[in-house]
Structures are given as C-alpha cells and as structure tokens.
Design a protein around this ligand. Structure first.
Ligand code: NZQ
Ligand code: ZN
Length: 391
C-alpha cells in the first residue's frame, strides 16, 4: 500500500426530512448570508427548495438565489455566481441539487476568494481557499457531496475539466434518499452507472497488496448490482435508494481509493463525450467503460479476472484467465444495458466522424501532451481505437 493522507471533514446528515435542518447546519458552520445554488427546476417542482428556504428563515439566515446550473455545468454561470456572491457579500454557498449544481457551487465558492480567473483551478492550479459549502443532494451519482473535486465545462471550446482541493470539500452534506424518488429511471440509472465507474476506476490499480480497499470496492460493487435493479423496478423503494446513496458517497470520498494508484481514463474519455454531445455523464460512462476495459485488459488480466469472479460470479478459467476477464466485462455491459443505459455511439448520440476531434481535445492542452495516464498510459492512437470500439 502506498503512503497517503486522507482528510474528509464533511458532516453528513442522512435520512428522511433531514433537509429541514439545513438552517441549523449553515449556522453551525458559520454562514450568515447564503447563496442558494440550484439547477433547472427539479428542486422547485419537488418543493425541496421551499423547505430549504423555510429552514434558513427559521434560523434568521438571509439568502440570495441563483438557479440554472445545467447538467455538465458551464463556466458562464460560475462567473455570474462569483459576481453575485461579491455583490451580496455572501459568506456561504449552498448547493441544492445533483453533482452539476454542487460542482458549480464549488467553483463559485473557490472563485469568490481568488483574484484571478477561476478557470485557473481547472487548468491545474490547486484550490487552497473557498467559501464554506453545504449540499442538499438530490441524485446519487457524482459523489461530489463528499469529494474534493469539481468538474466544469468552459464554454469557449467546450472544454470539460476538473479541479481539486480540500477547501472545496463540503462542510456538510444532507442526504435524504427520499429526495431521489422524483428522478426518472434514466437519471437513476445514469447515477448507478457513475457510482459503478467510480468503483471500477479505483479497482484498476497498479499498486500491489491493497486487499482492504479491493474488498471495500467489491462490497460496494455488489451493493450496486443488488440495489440497482431493485430501484429501477420500484422507484419508491426507499431502502434501496438509501443503500445506493450511501454507496455513492463512500465510493467517491476516496475512503476506498487511498493508498493505491487509480485509473480515471474511462472518466477522461467520457468527459469529451459529455462536453461535445451534452449527454449525461453516466450514460457516456456506460458506453466508455466496456470499451476501455476491453482495450486495456491485457495489461493485467488477473485483475479483471478477479473482479469477474468476486463481483460478477464468473467461473475462473485458470488456463485461460482472459476468458474469465472478458466474461466479467461482458457481465458489466449486460448489467448496464439491463438498467436502460446505452450500448454504443449511436444510442448516445455520438458520431464516428468526430473521433479525431474528440481525441485531439482529450490528449492535448491543459497540461496533456499527447497521452492520458492511468491504469495504462494511452496515446492518441490508443484513444482513437477505444472510441472506435464504441461505434
Ligand atoms: O437541473 P435539475 O432540474 O435539478 O435536473 C437534474 C438534471 O437534469 C435532474 N435531477 C437531479 N435531481 C433530481 C432531478 N430530477 C428529478 N428529481 C431529482 N431529485 O437530474 C439531471 C442530472 O443532474 P446532474 O446534477 O447533472 O447529475 P449528476 O449528479 O450525475 O452530476 C453530473 C456531473 O457531475 C460531474 C459529471 O462530469 C457531470 O458534469 N462529476 C463530478 C464529480 C465530482 N465533483 O467529484 C465526479 C464525477 O465523476 C463526475 O465527473
Ligand atoms: Zn463520474
């Protein structure tokens, strides 16, 4: 196991009706004037936003509203949010929504305390300072409620890039699984796929002897395989949604990723798809993961065979471990298709003729010089081949 530091100071409040305590948590973490950030309106329609506002009012905390964060959140609204916070002297940013709203809120919170352009953070500068952030999560997916990361799309050139720093880990996150019951089954499945990807991308490691994190990741994958179909069959299954929601948080706050190298090439390759076609991140991953895994499988066949046996229940073929490894990838693909996720470029709305453009943006610029690193270092030709596997 590699040396590591792990700092995860987020306070979690989990369960039914917990959003009604938002005001008390903002107070506890020092907020007096809050920017409430939300998305395209789901939290207005569901009544969550009204409950959050009432909770702030009960504590005598004033607020200003900024809606409109889009899936694959954009830089334009971040600039607007930074200006609004400065004008209104907001000292706390509250995200009510999914990963996109939370990531946009994190970018605003970091940008307010920075003299330069907030996009510097998405070009490699580490985030050292940010206004305190709280979240009320409405979809189990990105894991941003417990992560030190934010992913934003820069509108000029549609560059989708991530930034990181412990300063943007939320001070508190409110996780009420019942709030996810208003999701469409497609969005629910996108979230399930993203969580599975976060587990797989950690599982694909070059570090030896990481039994504890391997086993944690396997347990979370098994949970997703068990609970995913249950919640797709019955969207009102609170217990299944509760298990998925907590798995999504543990899967991405890095408790099960510390001390080991990680992959993230499926995410990098997917981010170009959601940047270019504005598809849902989880849907993009459903198409990307099987292609990437098939392409890099021979780098460590036994790792793929291990997950195939331990998670997907495949028979180990000791003479031909690649057969077992392939069976595991096939089981993953079938599972994702069974919950309604797309299989290929066409179902995603992507076009084969765009592959050179996708690869160029993926492999060059923003610190990248022709390759992307992860479980296997991939050059432009590799990435072209991987995208072709998705057609
Ligand atoms: O905008 P509204 O109206 O709220 O609708 C959203 C949106 O259309 C809707 N939704 C959310 N909760 C709902 C709901 N609809 C009905 N009922 C509810 N309870 O769902 C749609 C998707 O929301 P979004 O926030 O985009 O989903 P998700 O949480 O999957 O976030 C995706 C973004 O997170 C990034 C992705 O790249 C993508 O941009 N990621 C962020 C990470 C991080 N910060 O650590 C890591 C991830 O790997 C990921 O890359
Ligand atoms: Zn993701």
């Amino acid at each position: 196991m590699n040396n590591f530091n792990f700092y995860s100071p987020t306070y979690f409040s989990f369960g039914k009706d917990t959003e009604n305590e938002t005001g008390a948590y903002v107070k506890r973490f020092g907020g007096h004037k809050v920017l409430i950030h939300y998305g395209g309106g789901s939290v207005v329609r569901s009544g969550v936003l009204d409950r959050v506002k009432a909770s702030l009012e009960k504590e005598g905390i004033s607020y200003v509203l900024l809606g409109g964060a889009q899936p694959n959140p954009r830089s334009g609204l971040v600039y607007k949010g930074i200006e609004l916070c400065k004008k209104e002297n907001a000292d706390f940013v509250l995200a009510v929504g999914g990963g996109s709203v939370i990531d946009s809120a994190k970018a605003i919170a970091a940008g307010v305390l920075y003299d330069g352009d907030f996009w510097d953070f998405y070009c490699g500068k580490s985030i050292e300072n940010a206004l305190p952030i709280g979240t009320i999560l409405t979809i189990a997916a990105a894991g941003s409620e417990g992560s030190p990361d934010s992913v934003i799309t820069y509108e000029e050139g549609m560059l989708k890039r991530g930034a990181s720093g412990d300063a943007i880990r939320p001070k508190f996150s409110i996780l009420n699984p019942a709030l996810t019951q208003t999701l469409s089954s497609y969005q629910t499945a996108c979230g399930i796929t993203d969580i599975i990807a976060h587990l797989y991308e950690r599982y694909l490691t070059n570090t030896k002897d990481v039994e504890v994190t391997d086993r944690l990741l396997e347990a979370l994958l098994l949970t997703m395989i068990h609970e995913g179909p249950r919640v797709i069959a019955n969207p009102d299954d609170y217990e299944a949604r509760a298990n998925i929601m907590w798995a999504g948080m543990i899967g991405h706050n890095n408790a099960c990723g510390v001390g080991r190298s990680q992959d993230w090439n499926s995410h990098n390759i997917e981010h170009e798809l959601s940047a270019m076609y504005d598809c849902a991140h989880g849907a993009g991953l459903a198409v990307t993961m099987p292609a990437v895994f098939t392409y890099v499988m021979r780098h460590n066949v036994m790792r793929f065979a291990q997950v195939a046996v331990r998670v997907w229940g495949c028979q180990m073929d000791f003479e031909h471990p690649e057969v077992t490894a392939e069976a595991g990838i096939k089981a993953l693909r079938n599972f994702l298709n069974s919950i309604g996720m797309p299989k290929n470029f066409e179902e995603l709305g992507a076009k084969e003729e765009d592959i050179p453009k996708l690869v160029d943006v993926l492999c060059n610029g923003n610190g990248r010089t022709g390759t992307i690193s992860g479980f296997v270092e991939l050059n432009e030709e590799d990435c072209i081949n991987i995208y072709r596997l998705m057609v």
